[in-house]
Ligand binder design. Sequence first.
Ligand SMILES: N[C@@H](CCC(=O)N[C@@H](CS)C(=O)NCC(=O)O)C(=O)O
Length: 286
Amino acid sequence: MSDPTYSPPKVWKWDTESGGRFSKINRPVAGALEEKELPTGEHPLQLYSLGTPNGVKVTVLLEEILALGHQEAEYDAYLINIGEGDQFGSGFVAANPNSKIPALVDRSTSPATRVFESGAILMYLAEKFDAFLPQEPSARAEVFSWLFWQMGSTPYLGGGFGHFYAYAPEKYEYPIDRFAMEVKRQLDVLDRNLADRRFLSGDEYTIADIATCPWYGSLVLHDLYNAEVFLETKTYLNVVRWATEVEARPGYQRGQRVNRPWAPDGQGLAERHSASDFDSPESPKS
Ligand SMILES: N[C@@H](CCC(=O)N[C@@H](CS)C(=O)NCC(=O)O)C(=O)O
């Protein structure tokens, strides 16, 4: 509960649960909690993830790369249930010492290559398949600038605004004011950039759009955190226009269904092992 007289002790101790939506899985230490190997499928690329905005960045890119005809991008996507603590199994921690989805293991290299942090995974796959990332240095720098903008900015949206507006056990004015201001500033950054650009880095759809749309597109189109009215998200017209175009892409739509058993109309797949899995979403594997 909020205590207006609270003053921090000299040394912080983890002796009480903070409350709120994620209090059961948050802890102040890293490392594995149990021995648990990860499953592996037949494809070189193994993805361990969940269909949150950070997770779907990777499945969208993989589906977009496959749509270009790169069959070597076929992948097995396994569900990591972060509510159940799957991210603290030893196999997952070996793939990502930060214990957060998404994590990728590429077994086409020897030894296998592990990649964690969604932005790093997008860069790895874009470079591996020479897709959705221009070669020309200036254009490439612009893509990286927007990709890193997303990676650096979104914790203020999710961990900041979203946490205090939607998940914290009480509504606290100070953090909601602080993060609402920052998120509106971020939306304005995007809106101004998209005023004379079709996509974030120019005329081409790139990994910068793939990283950013699952977060800011969901905010302006799908009432993420039930904040559409509070943040007046529909007034960022260029962001709405851009997100509508990005979300209409077939690869984007397929990617959004992966590792997302809760997707609407029974369209979600708990796991994905082949393109044909999209044809029978009503019986997702788990
Ligand atoms: N910067 C990381 C953030 C990943 C992240 O926050 N993942 C969340 C789900 S969206 C997670 O796995 N949370 C589990 C936990 O914190 O224990 C990335 O982009 O990959």
